[in-house]
Design a binder for this molecule. Structure first.
Ligand SMILES: [Zn+2]
Length: 462
């Protein structure tokens, strides 16, 4: 039976053959009301407007990130939670410094190149680096070249594969060039690395993203930057004509001391099983080149909207529901790790976690980390989602902020919107508010609320 509140507007009377019946609302009706609430009465788009246009980029440790913490906390306080609180977490603070510059020098022709430093990179020397370039399609080719790269700038140019409809698959297949490129190239004496932006289309935006030097000594760190896909095409073509052309790179980024920041959390106690916790969240930090409206402002406001929807339709969850806005997903994942550390310390039992961190586009379904029994159960709900064009339920990665969670039997899910345009914006200067469609954003929030509702009603199979 469904648990409903006294005030529920869903209780309705049926007069049949003169006899009065009281019918409980069914899942179909509740889900309809969830979508209706989101499409007619949501706040997520205006929250995103504020986060993007009044606050702006929210790189961990920045003043904007702190402003976003205070803003979202204040908004959560209006949504009827039992408790809204901040969870302290130390985060890295990396600053880009003066805008980077790059050009290629082919004989006497200088062509300016759209460039940005990768997150966590060191600066170049003050006057920049001018050196020959060696193009590789990945780390394997780099290793095969070995000492031949000494004294050169290594150019990683393996594009994202076009054939995958699920574009995250293409991202996963080439992001190692960005993440590990500098660390690997430094082993053979490269001076710096540049990587083709992780972008499916050809344009002039350089895309940033985190890179890591791993455990190599600081003295061996080399600068790492990203160039636009158009620039990568041009550089590759130019190198074929003139393998001795030179590339100039100048950047002044640096890593400062870690600073105190926060996860923002709203919690409503479960009416039947307060000891069972369901989490819904996204990450509050973004890269610094733009508002981060898709990555991950969308996921933040959709998670907040889940609670707003439940409030609007007067649904009180049986299990405890937490909206968690994680800090520092982009360059450290410290918020997700801290959340799990405290969950362990407090012996909390999480039964379900849902993350939205794949953009605010039209929702298509969920990617699930679950055992067979619960996966089968979730698949049985597919017909309930069909009217809303939600059809894709597959096993796979859920989300990076919830991935540290280890409660026994926990089910994790990631909202999976259409991903065709996501990498046009991801970590680039065009990830701004105008790229997010209001209705698509709202449909995503409703889809998330519907799955949480079904898990809350039906529990999980132990
Ligand atoms: Zn993200």
């Amino acid at each position: 039976m469904h648990q409903i509140t006294k005030k529920s507007v869903f209780v309705f009377a049926l007069v049949l053959h003169g006899i009065l019946f009281f019918a409980q609302p069914n899942d179909q009706q509740i889900i309809k009301s969830i979508y209706k609430s989101s499409l007619t009465n949501s706040q997520c788009y205006s929250w995103l407007d504020y986060l993007s246009n009044s606050i702006g980029s929210r790189l961990s440790g920045s003043a904007n990130a702190e402003e976003a913490v205070l803003y979202t906390k204040a908004q959560l306080e209006t949504l009827g939670f039992d408790r809204v609180y901040l969870q302290e977490v130390m985060v890295p603070k990396w600053v880009r410094g003066t805008k980077e510059s790059a050009y290629l020098l082919d004989n006497k022709t200088k062509i300016s190149i759209p460039v940005c430093a990768l997150g966590g990179s060191i600066a170049t020397p003050k006057n920049g680096i001018l050196a020959e370039v060696i193009e590789v399609n990945g780390i394997k080719e780099l290793e095969a070249l070995g000492e031949k790269i000494r004294g050169k700038i290594v150019f990683f140019n393996r594009p994202m594969e076009q054939e995958n409809v699920e574009t995250f698959k293409s991202y996963g297949a080439c992001v190692d060039q960005r993440f590990d490129g500098a660390k690997e190239a430094s082993k053979y004496g490269a001076l710096a690395t540049i990587v083709r932006s992780m972008n499916m289309r050809l344009d002039d935006f350089p895309h940033t993203g985190v890179q890591s030097y791993g455990a190599i000594p600081k003295s061996q760190y080399i600068p790492a930057a990203s160039i636009s896909t158009n620039a990568a095409e041009l550089l590759s073509k130019s190198l074929k004509k003139n393998p001795h052309l030179k590339f100039f790179l100048k950047q002044s980024c640096q890593t400062l001391d870690d600073v105190l920041s926060y996860n923002v959390i709203g919690e409503i106690k479960g009416s039947v099983h307060p000891e069972n916790i369901m989490v819904v969240g996204g990450h509050l930090d973004s890269w610094d080149l733009a508002d981060g409206s898709q990555d991950d402002g969308a996921g933040v406001v959709q998670s907040m909207e889940v609670m707003n929807i439940f409030k609007n339709i007067d649904y009180k969850p049986k299990n405890t529901l937490r909206v968690v806005l994680f800090m520092n997903e982009e360059n450290g994942g410290k918020g997700g790790k801290k959340y799990e550390e405290l969950a362990q310390a407090n012996k909390e039992n999480h039964i379900f976690a849902l993350e939205s961190d794949s953009g605010g586009f039209s929702p298509r379904g969920f990617s699930l980390e679950s055992d067979e029994a619960n996966f089968t159960k979730i698949l049985s709900w597919k017909p309930l989602f069909e009217p809303y064009l939600i059809h894709s339920f597959s096993m796979g990665h859920s989300g990076s902020d919830i991935s540290p969670l280890t409660s026994k039997g926990i089910i994790k899910a990631g909202l999976r919107p259409d991903s065709q345009r996501y990498f046009d914006y991801h970590h680039a200067a065009n990830d701004t508010f105008d790229g997010v469609n209001k209705r698509e954003l709202e449909l995503g929030a409703a889809t998330m609320a519907s799955l949480i509702y079904l898990i809350d009603q039906n529990g999980i199979v132990k």
